[in-house]
Write a protein that binds this ligand. Structure first.
Ligand code: ADP
Ligand code: MG
Length: 438
């Protein structure tokens, strides 16, 4: 502001400059979630200091309304702060001034938190993204950002959001779920957890498939934990969520394009780059574009034990989703070749789902066997069974062995993991168990 043209009484342009300057200054001076009262005091102090150093004058009225307006932008945070602090709440969704939802224990709840109007929501969105150096406006009405604490933020404003600005915050879980938690929550069984741990340690290439919020990233994080210490792990994500404990670990994150559309760093770019980093394992947060091909090629060329996730509703669907994504890579490959790539790259698909009661489950653990003619052969090893009592049988979370032993069992054995036949469903008399073919 100091470098602005000095006049005795501030013009509307000057006031508008002051407004932007104040907002920017506030975003660095205030910690997220400062109470509304301190916001107003800080705003006033900033403005008074700035005015004293300049030759501007503002009428009391103009001064008050500027302070009020700028402070209001930041006051929205005070409304959502209790929800941000509450560890039981995993997601905050602001749909409208009188519709603020949270997710608690897997269930959606309407809260009694309200905003005066859509402008207040807009103010909250700005107060979150401006400090992060991002912006949102009618020309680019959607924005993704990550809060300093790791929480993920998405905002959509008009014209893309028809009824007003929408804000979704997925809170960063400080205490990440572990296999023990998933077993306790009946998302999978102890047997399956042990089996999956062995699969990761034995360097199988694994794809976690599931819908949004079904627990893919959580499972990916847990699986990554089974990678032995000493291996060089490169993780590639849109917004860093994975929380690996291993020491030899490199984190790469994509970057959206600048306001002028330049400078984007894509997942694909990072996957390709990671191959030159001598990785033992490549972990990609989610494949959703042409990087699917690069990932498959990496898996096929010695980067065994790589892990990723994909948005799909069943293992079969995951395979066809990969086919579609590979076509997005720009290489005009015949479908059969694409399928061969998939079949030889992938060893295992783990399906996750969020059921209608809000619980999240592993619903299938499926081996990718190979090609038979034009089709990829899949064999389910563990399967969620909804037939039992409450979807569970013998307290086994509804995830049961199908009686089919995995073809890759020799790889587990070679790595020192020996499972009793019982684990895969020793009693095969009642189950039909097609033998695998290659
Ligand atoms: N098995 C589970 N049981 C209960 N909550 C879970 C489970 N898996 C994940 N969650 C929670 O569900 C939310 C979404 O999980 P996330 O792994 O990010 O889903 P996705 O990556 O599929 O979108 C997170 O808050 C996470 O802590
Ligand atoms: Mg995810």
């Amino acid at each position: 502001m100091q470098e602005a043209q000095l006049t005795s009484s501030a013009s509307p342009e000057t006031i508008s400059k002051m407004r932007s300057w104040l907002k920017k200054k506030l975003s660095t001076e205030l910690s997220l979630g400062a109470p509304a009262s301190s916001i107003e005091i800080t705003t006033r102090q900033l403005l008074e200091t700035a005015l004293a150093q300049s030759k501007f004058t503002l009428t009391d009225e103009a001064r008050d309304s500027l302070i009020e307006e700028v402070a209001a932008t930041y006051a929205g945070f005070a409304r959502i702060q209790p929800m941000l602090m509450n560890p039981e709440i995993t997601e905050i969704m602001i749909n409208a001034p009188d519709q603020v939802f949270v997710e608690r224990g897997g269930k959606l709840e309407l809260t009694d938190v309200t905003f005066p109007d859509n402008r207040a929501i807009m103010g909250l969105i700005e107060s979150i993204i401006l400090p992060l150096g991002r912006r949102v406006d009618a020309n680019s009405p959607t924005v993704d950002a990550r809060l300093p604490d790791g929480s993920r933020v998405n905002a959509v404003i008009p014209p893309a959001a028809i009824d007003g600005p929408i804000l979704t915050i997925r809170k960063f879980a400080k205490e990440k779920l572990q296999f023990e938690d998933l077993i306790r929550l009946e998302s999978l069984t102890a047997d399956t957890a042990e089996f999956l741990t062995a699969c990761v340690a034995s360097r199988l290439n694994i794809l976690v498939s599931g819908g949004t919020g079904s627990g893919k990233t959580t499972l990916l994080n847990i699986l990554s934990g089974a990678i032995p210490e000493g291996e060089r792990i490169v993780t590639i994500e849109d917004a860093a969520e994975l929380d690996l404990q291993q020491t030899h670990r490199i984190r790469l994150e994509t970057k959206p394009p600048d306001v002028d559309g330049a400078g984007e760093i894509s997942i694909r770019h990072l996957v390709r780059n990671s191959l030159r980093m001598r990785p033992d394992r490549i972990i990609v947060g989610e494949v959703r574009g042409g990087e699917a091909l690069d990932m498959l090629q990496a898996m096929n060329t010695g980067h065994d034990g790589s892990l990723t996730t994909v948005h799909a509703n069943s293992p079969r669907d995951a395979v066809s989703r990969l086919e579609t994504l590979v076509l997005l890579s720009g290489f005009d490959l015949p479908l059969k070749v694409v399928r061969e790539q998939i079949a030889s790259a992938l060893d295992l698909i783990i399906q996750t789902a969020r059921l209608s009661d809000g619980s999240r489950k592993v619903t299938s653990v499926t081996e990718v066997i190979g090609m038979e003619g034009e089709t990829i052969v899949l064999n389910e090893i563990f399967k969620h069974d909804t037939q039992g009592r409450n979807g569970t049988e013998n307290g086994r979370a509804g995830l049961k062995a199908t009686g089919i032993r995995p073809m890759f069992e020799h790889r587990l054995k070679a790595a020192g993991f020996h499972f009793p036949p019982k684990l895969f469903g020793a009693d095969m008399s009642t189950l039909n168990s097609p033998r695998k073919r290659r």
